[in-house]
Design a protein around this ligand. Structure first.
Ligand SMILES: [Zn+2]
Length: 308
């Protein structure tokens, strides 16, 4: 099947989009962002997460929480949706996934990557390479199928060395925050199943020809982003160094799941400055409209300009 179902986007005023993560995640499977010769990059949807509203405001410092919620009109009750945008790169015989979504065990609204790939004519066994940004459930857990077998049976898999070290440390359950214990158990189990099929890389490595790893720590200790090609002819895969539109307007405010909030904030500010300056098109894993857009300076901070 060669049809790419595109997102049908509802026009939403910027403030509304900032307040509630968009309702558009469920409407499509793939958005194409770049076709260049035999290179093609799509954002494919693993579905979306449904999160309690207070979970999404957990990264705001206690003493300014009410003020920020009021200023950005953030929801405080009910559930909000966070899209899951997996980057798919195809070039010649190469089929590369940047992260693999959540798999069958995380949330009923997520784990749809196989269907999304099917909609663009790709079966799991066609995938030649998988590169991970980090080992959180919504990025890693889809690597195993419902029988706990590796889903992408023919793929070479790569993870940043520091990330791998962190989650495969036998002491992790004693040291990680209580609310992240299930993340740790899920990550170490999957890393164990993958075993030697996982190759490790460092900051600056060329993980795939033309794709460079960029260390962006803070969300997790070994978090990586990826520069595909150049700003003129490429896409920057952010991963989770910025997960909400609020993070653009207030780079000092991160996700409640950031393992080192201070480092995450430094990384976010530095990376947003760089992406705006270099005018990179980006795919953000949890951003609206397939996560495709650009970072633009906006006063003292930034904004996400969707281009999906
Ligand atoms: Zn995530």
């Amino acid at each position: 099947m060669k049809i790419t179902r595109r997102f049908v986007l509802a026009a939403a005023p910027a403030t509304l989009a900032l307040a509630a993560l968009p309702l558009t995640a469920r409407r499509g499977w793939a958005v194409t962002t770049l076709v260049l010769g035999d290179l093609r990059i799509d954002s494919v949807s693993d579905g979306w997460m449904e999160l309690p509203a207070d979970f999404t405001t957990a990264g705001i410092p206690e003493d300014s929480r009410d003020e920020v919620i009021a200023q950005f009109d953030l929801p405080t009750e009910g559930m909000v949706e966070s899209p899951l945008n997996v980057t798919l790169l195809r070039q010649g015989d190469r089929v590369v996934l940047f992260d693999v979504g959540s798999g069958p065990d995380f949330m009923p609204t997520a784990g749809k990557l196989t269907e999304a790939l099917d909609a663009v004519g790709i079966a799991p066994e066609d995938v030649t390479d998988v590169v991970f940004t980090h080992a959180h459930p919504d990025h890693l857990w889809g690597v195993l199928d419902e029988f706990d077998e590796p889903l992408f049976a023919n793929a070479a898999m790569q993870m940043g060395r520091a990330e791998h070290e962190y989650w495969s440390d036998p002491q992790i359950l004693d040291t990680i925050r209580e609310d992240l214990q299930s993340f740790a158990a899920g990550a170490s189990r999957r890393i164990e199943v993958l075993g030697d099929s996982l190759t490790l890389f460092e900051d600056g490595a060329e993980v795939i020809p033309g794709v460079t790893a960029v260390a962006t720590p803070g969300h997790t200790p070994g978090h990586m982003s990826f520069a595909i090609g150049t700003p003129e002819q490429g896409v920057f895969v952010t991963g989770d160094f910025v997960t909400t539109l609020l993070g653009f307007a207030r780079p000092d405010i991160g996700a409640g799941t950031d393992s080192d909030p201070e480092l995450a904030a430094q990384t976010r500010a530095a990376m947003l400055a760089r992406l705006a300056e270099e005018k990179w098109p980006i795919i953000g894993y949890h951003l609206p409209d397939g996560g495709i857009g650009r970072v633009e300076a906006d006063g003292e901070a930034y904004k996400f300009v969707a281009e999906g």
